[in-house]
Design a protein around this ligand. Structure first.
Ligand SMILES: CC(C)(COP(=O)(O)OP(=O)(O)OC[C@H]1O[C@@H](n2cnc3c(N)ncnc32)[C@H](O)[C@@H]1OP(=O)(O)O)[C@@H](O)C(=O)NCCC(=O)NCCS
Length: 171
């Protein structure tokens, strides 16, 4: 993938220079609490190394780094569906806490959505947001994703049960 975007926010492939920052930024409960348990907490340098090794082997790549003014600030990913869901993909993302509120997630989701609909044979992208994550719901709405429904009591996170809210964009 070439670098996508030409403003202050771009999406690009990961490289080994991202490991230290990824480990530092990802090691934050305010991030992990919003993500699946597969996202470790605490998040160590070894976790960051394993993740970047995994992405390095991916073909085609669907996990990308987000840069803001030339600096690594977060991750964004697609997970293409299989079987009858193969025309869709699930979106995942986080932005490092020092960079919240600058419109970075909104720009990055716009970029990856356009890239994904062009690059992959998909017609739908969705995201599942835990009910308490107001910022992510706002971002998806700003990006033109439509609230499709509520999966009642579908998530257990840190021992508590929550609803998941599904947002999607289709072409
Ligand atoms: C959710 C997240 C990606 C947002 O990133 P960001 O770069 O700060 O997002 P943006 O700046 O593009 O937009 C944030 C929007 O949410 C709003 N917002 C922030 N906190 C909010 C809250 N508690 N309630 C309601 N809206 C909120 C902001 O005001 C802004 O909307 P606005 O432009 O209308 O003012 C970031 O907070 C994050 O990484 N969180 C942890 C991981 C995560 O939640 N990932 C997504 C899982 S579905």
């Amino acid at each position: 993938m070439d670098i996508i975007g030409n403003g202050s926010v771009v999406i690009r492939e990961f490289n080994k220079a991202d490991i230290e920052k990824l480990a530092a930024y990802a090691n934050n409960r305010k991030i992990s609490v919003n993500l699946r348990d597969a996202f470790p907490h605490p998040y160590t340098v070894d976790d960051a190394k394993s993740f970047i090794d995994m992405v390095d082997k991916q073909l085609p790549k669907t996990f990308f780094a987000i840069e803001y003014n030339g600096e690594y600030v977060g991750n964004i990913s697609l997970s293409i569906g299989s079987d009858v869901y193969r025309k869709g993909a699930e979106l995942g993302y986080f932005i490092a806490e020092p960079f919240w509120g600058k419109g970075i997630a909104t720009s990055a989701i716009g970029l990856i959505t356009e890239y994904a609909f062009n690059r992959f044979d998909i017609i739908r992208i969705h995201a599942g947001v835990f009910e308490f994550n107001r910022a992510s719901q706002r971002v998806l709405k700003k990006c033109g994703f439509v609230k499709e429904g509520v999966f009642k009591k579908s998530v257990i996170k840190e021992g508590k049960i929550y609803d998941e809210i599904r947002y999607a964009k289709t072409i």
